[in-house]
Design a protein. Structure first.
Length: 73
């Protein structure tokens, strides 16, 4: 059951890669790698304005602040 795994692991442990000669031959036949095209810089995206929503303690304070504090007598 471990024979296929060992068949691939042993060459890797010795520093050889299975099929490396074939890969090198195909790469040489294709020539040099094509240069990558550079994409034009995209304009910066405008972020939509976020609504400022009270959270945490400010949410509690705004919900409890339905009327002003009593006037000083």
């Amino acid at each position: 059951m471990l024979a296929p795994a060992l068949a691939f692991a042993l060459p890797l442990l010795t520093g050889r890669y299975v099929g490396e000669r074939t890969i090198a031959r195909v790469r040489a036949a294709r020539g040099l790698a094509r240069p990558r095209r550079r994409l034009a810089a995209a304009p910066p995206r405008r972020r939509p304005r976020l609504a400022l929503v009270p959270r945490g303690g400010l949410l509690l304070a705004s919900s409890l602040a339905t009327r002003p504090p009593p006037a000083l007598s």
